[in-house]
Design a protein around this ligand. Structure first.
Ligand SMILES: NC(=O)c1ccc[n+]([C@@H]2O[C@H](COP(=O)([O-])OP(=O)(O)OC[C@H]3O[C@@H](n4cnc5c(N)ncnc54)[C@H](O)[C@@H]3O)[C@@H](O)[C@H]2O)c1
Ligand SMILES: [Zn+2]
Ligand SMILES: [Zn+2]
Length: 378
C-alpha cells in the first residue's frame, strides 16, 4: 500500500462546536500505532447519538470532533503487532470494544469492556489517543470510531472483520442502531414467544427493536411514536398495533394497559427522553413486566414511583443491544446475508459525505429512518 506508514490527508466532516453545522475539511490522519488499524470508510449512516453530541449534551470540551460511529470500510494499513487484520479486509468499526481479556469481557453477564469509553463515561477518545489533526489542531475521535471521515484509525479490539461479500453500504447499519435495537429485545429484554411488547420511538433503533420482538416470537407488538409517519415502516418490521400519544388525552401507560389487560410484558424505550422512560416502565404489567432503556441521555435524572418496581416490574438498560461487539457484529452480518434480519428497509435516503448536514437535518425533523452516506469508493 502506497499510503502505509504515511500521514493521509483526506476529507472529513469536522464539528467545530456545539449546535453548528459540520464543516467539510481536509484533515490529517496519522498512521496506526501498536494494535491499531487505519480504515478507509466506504459508507456511514447517521445515528441519533451523533445528534445528541452535537445538539443535546452540554459538553464544552467535546469539540472539535469528527462524529459518526455507524460505518463500514476496508483496512488500508495495520500498525505494529497487528496479526488479526490485513490490508483489504472488510470491517465494521465498533463503538464499544471487546478486548477479550478484562473481567467484563470474561464474564457472561455483560457486553461491556473496561477498555471502553463507558468506563470513563466519556464518548470521546482522549486527545492523545486521537490520530486526527486539522489546521494544526488535534481533533477528537467520537466513540473511538469517527466514521464521518474518509480514513480513521481504530483499536483492533474495536474492529469486527466481516464477510467479504457483505455490501458495506447496507451492513454499516450494524455498527450501531440495528444491533442496538434488535439486541435490546432479544438479548436484554429476552422477549419470549407469545408475549406482548411495546416499542417507544420508531427510529432505526426502535424499528430494530420491533424486528427483534418479532424474531423472538412476540404475538403483539405495539409501536408508539408521536410522528405517525413512522407507523407504515413499523408494520414492515412486524408491529401489529400503532399508538400516537398525541391522539390521547390520558397517560400512554393507561392507554396501553387498557389495550392489553393491564400492561405489556416487555417495553423498550428507544427515544432518549426521561419522561418516556417512565411511561415505558409504567406501561409494563405488574408481576413480571420488563422495561428496557435504550434511548441515550446523560443530561437529566429520571423519576418513578418505587411501587412500580416493588410490584414486580424490572427496569434495565441496554448498551449496543447487549451484543459483545466483535463477536456479535459478524454474526449479525451473517444473519443479514442469510436474510434472517432486514437492513435495506431501514435505509430511506442515500447521499454523499458532503451532504452530511442535510442528513442530520432529515433526522432532526423526523423525515428519515437512516440516511447512508457514501464516503470513499471501494
Ligand atoms: N443504548 C445504546 O447503545 C444506543 C445506541 C444507539 C442509539 N441509541 C439512542 O437510541 C435513541 C434512538 O435513536 P435513533 O437513531 O433511532 O433516533 P431517531 O431520532 O431516528 O428516532 C427517535 C424516534 O423517537 C420518536 N419520539 C420522539 N419523542 C417521542 C415521544 N415522546 N414518544 C414516542 N416517540 C417519540 C421520534 O418521532 C423518532 O421517530 C436515541 O436516543 C439514540 O441516542 C442508544
Ligand atoms: Zn474487555
Ligand atoms: Zn449510534
Amino acid at each position: 500500500m502506497a499510503t502505509a506508514g504515511k500521514v493521509i490527508r483526506c476529507k472529513a466532516a469536522v464539528a467545530w462546536g456545539p449546535k453548528k453545522p459540520l464543516v467539510l475539511e481536509k484533515i490529517e490522519v496519522a498512521p496506526p500505532q501498536v494494535n491499531e488499524v487505519r480504515i478507509k470508510i466506504v459508507a456511514t449512516s447517521v445515528c441519533h447519538t451523533d445528534l445528541y453530541h452535537l445538539f443535546e449534551c452540554e459538553h464544552n470540551n467535546g469539540f472539535p470532533i469528527v462524529l459518526g460511529h455507524e460505518g463500514a470500510g476496508i483496512v488500508e494499513s495495520i500498525g505494529p503487532g497487528v496479526t488479526e487484520f490485513q490490508p483489504g479486509d472488510k470491517v465494521i468499526p465498533l463503538p464499544i470494544p471487546q478486548c477479550g481479556e478484562c473481567h467484563f469481557c470474561k464474564s457472561p453477564k455483560t457486553n461491556q469492556c473496561v477498555k471502553g469509553w463507558t468506563a470513563g463515561s466519556s464518548i470521546m477518545l482522549a486527545l492523545p489517543d486521537s490520530r486526527f489533526t486539522c489546521k494544526g489542531k488535534k481533533v477528537l475521535q467520537f466513540a473511538g470510531t469517527s466514521t464521518f471521515s474518509e480514513y480513521t484509525v481504530v483499536r483492533t479490539m474495536a474492529v469486527a472483520k466481516i464477510d467479504p461479500a457483505a455490501p458495506l453500504d447496507k451492513v454499516c447499519l450494524l455498527g450501531c442502531g440495528v444491533c442496538t435495537g434488535f439486541g435490546a429485545a432479544v438479548n436484554t429484554a429476552k422477549v419470549e414467544p407469545g408475549s406482548t411488547c411495546a416499542v417507544f420511538g420508531l427510529g432505526a433503533v426502535g424499528l430494530a427493536a420491533v424486528m427483534g420482538c418479532k424474531s423472538a416470537g412476540a404475538k403483539r407488538i405495539i409501536a408508539v411514536d408521536v410522528n405517525p409517519d413512522k407507523f407504515e415502516k413499523a408494520k414492515v418490521f412486524g408491529a401489529t398495533d400503532f399508538v400516537n400519544p398525541k391522539d390521547h388525552n390520558k397517560p400512554i401507560s393507561q392507554v396501553l394497559a387498557e389495550m392489553t389487560n393491564g400492561g405489556v410484558d416487555y417495553s423498550l424505550e428507544c427515544v432518549g427522553n426521561v419522561a418516556v422512560m417512565r411511561s415505558a416502565l409504567e406501561s409494563c404489567v405488574q408481576g413480571w413486566g420488563v422495561s428496557v432503556i435504550v434511548g441515550w441521555t446523560d443530561s437529566s435524572d429520571f423519576a418513578a414511583r418505587p411501587m412500580q418496581l416493588i410490584a414486580g416490574r424490572t427496569w434495565k438498560g441496554s448498551l449496543f443491544g447487549g451484543f459483545r461487539s466483535k463477536d456479535g457484529v459478524p454474526e449479525m452480518v451473517k444473519a443479514y446475508m442469510e436474510k434472517k434480519v432486514k437492513l435495506d428497509e431501514f435505509i430511506t435516503h442515500t447521499m454523499t459525505l458532503d451532504q452530511v448536514n442535510d442528513a442530520i437535518d432529515l433526522m432532526k425533523h423526523g423525515k428519515c429512518v437512516r440516511t447512508v452516506l457514501s464516503v470513499c469508493s471501494q
